[in-house]
Structure formats: C-alpha cells, structure tokens
Ligand binder design. Structure first.
Ligand code: ADP
Length: 221
C-alpha cells in the first residue's frame, strides 16, 4: 500500500506523471480537479456549486473537498493511491496528515511561469473521455479529435487567461508554501519539471525505490 502526493504549479505535468506512476503500480490515480469536473458534467447539485468556483479559477471550499475525501472509495482504496491536486492549502494538508499515512510528496517545479502559461493555454481535453492533449507537446492525430474515442477536443473552461492568472496566484500564495510543511516532515522531493516525462518518471521510481521493470514498492528501503 502506497500513498503518494503530487503537487505542482499548473502545467508542470504532474497529471501526466500521476498517470504514469499509478499505471506502473496498478493503483488509483485520484485527480481531484477531474472528479470536480465530472460532477459539473453530470450536472449534480454539487457540480452546480463547484462550477461557480472552478470557472473563476478559485479553490472549491475545503468543506466540500474534505467531505469528498472522507467518502470517496477511490481515494481510500487500500491498494494505494496517487493524489493529484490535493492538498492545495494548509487546512487540506493537515487533514491529510492527521488521517492518512502519506509516504511521499513530490513537488514539480518549472523554471518560469511563462512556461506554465504557455503549456496551459495549449492544453486541450476530450469532451467525452477527458483524455489530455497539448498542441505543443502531445498533439492529437486528427485536429480537434481525441485519438482514443473520437470525441471533440475542447479547452477547459478555466483555461482562460484570467482564470489561469488567478490559479497561478493561488498556487503561489496557498499551495507552494506547503513544500516547507512536507519538507519538515522529511517526505518531500522536488522534481525539475522541465525534463522530459520519461526522465521524470524514472526519477520518481528511483526515489520511491521501485524497480522500473517490476511494479513493486519495497517499504523496507
Ligand atoms: P490546475 O491544477 O491546472 O488548476 P486541476 O484540474 O487540478 O487544474 O483543478 C482545477 C480546479 O479544480 C482548481 O482550479 C480548483 O478550482 C478545483 N480544485 C482542484 N483541487 C482542489 C482542491 N484540493 N481544493 C480546492 N479546489 C480544488
């Protein structure tokens, strides 16, 4: 059982890495932003609330996020989990450390905010299956069309210049300071997110003492 947290500035590629690690280990990848967007897509009561915050680039209030955390089976999967997009502030970090055993936190850092903005504004997602694309680094084979399911590719409602700026400011003010909190607990590794996805994946496996050829986590190391 392994619980890992991926934190990082928007556009740092933490979602890509979370997918790679979770599929290597056969454990859950919990993408909190995606869970919230699924509520919006299904037009649930909660989804209507989440929409008002997300489209403005604001955090969804902690009470909803924590409630979701307490109830969601995926998040509490006994096999383990890669948490992507949680925690984002000190309240959430303390909640996590009080109730869950976290093995490791990875912080993805980019050399400049311009790179983050460029990457996010080139991001597209599939409106049907939510697969991720990027017009700079991961283009679909056919323009505006998902390689996997043929769905139409769209820009996320919060990937507008205004909402991106707000999310970056929130990241600097509320999320980035968590690095010191986890560093003090001795479970933080900083990752240079400018490297290639393959290199970063290898580095993460090394830090976690996972053999690249064997999906296995050795807790003794
Ligand atoms: P990004 O990291 O690029 O902002 P995400 O898909 O991870 O994108 O999150 C999208 C939005 O979902 C956030 O801007 C925020 O509104 C909301 N959200 C995601 N995770 C959390 C969280 N842990 N706490 C509060 N709001 C969250």
């Amino acid at each position: 059982m392994i619980k890992v947290v991926f934190m990082g500035i928007q556009g740092s590629g933490k979602g890509t890495q979370a997918r790679l690690l979770s599929s290597h280990l056969g454990i859950e990848h919990v993408n909190v932003g995606q869970i919230l967007r699924n509520h919006i897509k299904q037009n649930t009561e909660l989804g209507k609330v989440f929409k008002t915050y997300i489209e403005k680039g604001e955090f969804v209030p902690d009470k909803y996020i924590i409630d979701m955390f307490e109830k969601d089976d995926h998040i509490n999967n006994p096999l383990g989990v890669v948490l992507d997009g949680f925690p984002r502030n000190l309240v959430q970090a303390q909640f996590l450390m009080d109730g869950f055993h976290v093995h490791h936190v990875f912080l993805f850092e980019l050399e400049s905010e311009d790179i983050a903005i460029e990457r996010i504004s080139s991001r597209r997602i599939c409106s049907a299956c939510a697969a991720d694309y990027n017009l700079l680094s991961k283009k679909p084979k056919v323009e505006d069309t998902c390689d996997l399911c043929g769905g139409k590719l769209i820009q996320r409602a919060d990937d507008t210049v205004e909402a991106i700026q707000k999310r970056l400011t929130l990241y600097h003010n509320r999320t980035a300071p968590l690095a010191a909190y986890f560093e003090e607990k001795g479970i933080l590794s900083k990752i240079n997110a400018n490297h290639s996805p393959e290199e970063i994946h290898k580095q993460i496996l090394q830090i976690l003492h996972i053999d690249p050829n064997t999906p296995f986590y050795d807790k003794k190391k």
